[in-house]
Design a protein around this ligand. Structure first.
Ligand code: FES
Ligand code: FES
Length: 159
């Protein structure tokens, strides 16, 4: 079937099978391998992307369910001039990854969090991010990165 949707701000059309997941279509058909796949059962958050601004697990969402909707992946976060999004930069600045496998999903979940709640408390961050598993960092630097990104975004907005 032909699937038409908005991908990282661009109208996109791709052939896919009815049973293919969004993660499979992104990675195998559109070469967007930033979205990682680990558990494949909606437990780890590695495959998190935003659909119409909300975080979803691309490993269990059938691709055809995003027809005519807007999908944002980690590849769509960088600024038009190629500079990193403040969330991406904050993860680097706070050393909030080791193997990096969870990182794209963490970053996309953070985007959803900060879009909805620009100044989250530590508890709100921990609660919101509990669907994203990291086997390496112990989470402390991830929480620091999210707070740093929130502050940077607020600063850019002049608040
Ligand atoms: S790979 Fe999708 S939630 Fe784990
Ligand atoms: S950095 Fe390795 S799983 Fe999170």
């Amino acid at each position: 079937m032909k699937l038409s949707f908005l991908l990282n701000g661009r109208p996109t059309e791709v052939d896919c099978e009815a049973q293919e997941t969004l993660a499979e279509v992104l990675r195998a058909r559109l070469d967007l391998t930033g979205t990682k796949v680990s558990c494949e059962v909606q437990v780890c958050g590695a495959c998190t992307v935003l659909v119409d601004g909300l975080p979803v697990s691309a490993c269990t969402l059938l691709a055809y369910e995003v027809r005519d909707r807007s999908v944002l992946t980690v590849e769509g976060l960088a600024r038009p001039d190629g500079s990193l999004h403040p969330i991406q930069q904050a993860f680097i600045d706070e050393f909030a990854f080791q193997c990096g496998f969870c990182t794209p999903g963490m970053i996309m979940a953070t985007k959803a969090l900060l879009d909805d709640n620009p100044k989250p408390t530590d508890d709100e961050i921990i609660h919101f991010m509990d669907g994203n598993i990291c086997r390496c960092t112990g989470y402390v630097p991830i929480v620091r990165a999210i707070k740093r990104a929130a502050a940077q975004i607020q600063q850019e907005k002049g608040k």
